[in-house]
Design a protein around this ligand. Structure first.
Ligand code: GRF
Length: 216
């Protein structure tokens, strides 16, 4: 098995990055992380990556004349690391079509909602305001439109009475930490592939139980 060379792009604390690093630290995992890159030099995730023994670097978008120049430099760094797959993990910079197309079907993103509901920011606040009973997270292949692209997998969690934004975010984040390594395994191993705008699986899975909230 050749382990797919994976880069993780971050902008902040990097808790999803840590869950990916932990999974990919096992020799049997079909991906290995060769670089962590942050567009913010002060991202706490950079130190966490270094502590885990992973090459981490900052590419400060503010030092570039515009998006195109930043993305060119980012692309060059990724190619220098001979990267096969990219995982966006709390990467808070919009990527434009030329970059996205260059990495088409090789770049994943995690988003803290059950897409296509609640793309963009403040997902938990909006979900609470709408009174939804089920929330969750999505990992999808990246397309030029924000938070759009072939969905690989989703995890659902209940919204509980009395939840505030922080409580719901924490519950969803726990699901994110389990979901993203699961998806990276499926994609890196070839068990999940993109066909047009849909993801296909090489095998079938046992159907999970239904989540009722409130319970039956
Ligand atoms: C996560 O909620 C992720 O879904 C969103 O940004 C947050 C990043 O958190 N895209 P972390 O940096 O992985 O801790």
């Amino acid at each position: 098995m050749t382990r797919r060379r994976t880069a993780i792009l971050i902008s902040g604390r990097g808790s999803n990055m840590v869950s990916l690093l932990e999974a990919a630290s096992r020799a049997e995992f079909p991906a290995r992380v060769v670089a962590v890159i942050s567009n913010r030099p002060d991202a706490p995730g950079l130190a966490r990556a270094t502590a885990a023994g992973i090459h981490a670097e900052a590419l400060d978008h503010k030092r570039f004349a515009g998006r195109a120049a930043f993305e060119e430099a980012l692309d060059a760094r990724l190619r220098a690391h001979d990267v096969d797959l990219i995982c966006l993990a709390g990467f808070m910079r919009l990527l434009t079509a030329p970059f996205v197309e260059a990495w088409r079907d090789r770049m994943l993103n995690i988003h803290p909602s059950l897409l296509p509901a609640y793309p963009g920011l403040d997902t938990h606040k909006r979900a609470l305001a709408d009174g939804v009973r089920v929330a969750g997270c999505t990992v999808h292949f990246v397309r030029a439109k924000m938070d759009v692209g072939p969905i690989v997998a989703q995890a659902a969690v209940p919204v509980l009475q009395g939840d505030d934004e922080d409580a719901l975010a924490a519950r969803v984040l726990k699901a994110e930490h389990a979901l993203y390594p699961h998806v990276l395994r499926l994609v890196a191993s070839g068990a999940a592939t993109v066909e047009g705008e849909q993801v296909r699986f090489a095998r079938s899975f046992a159907a999970p139980a239904i989540l009722f909230n409130p319970p039956l």
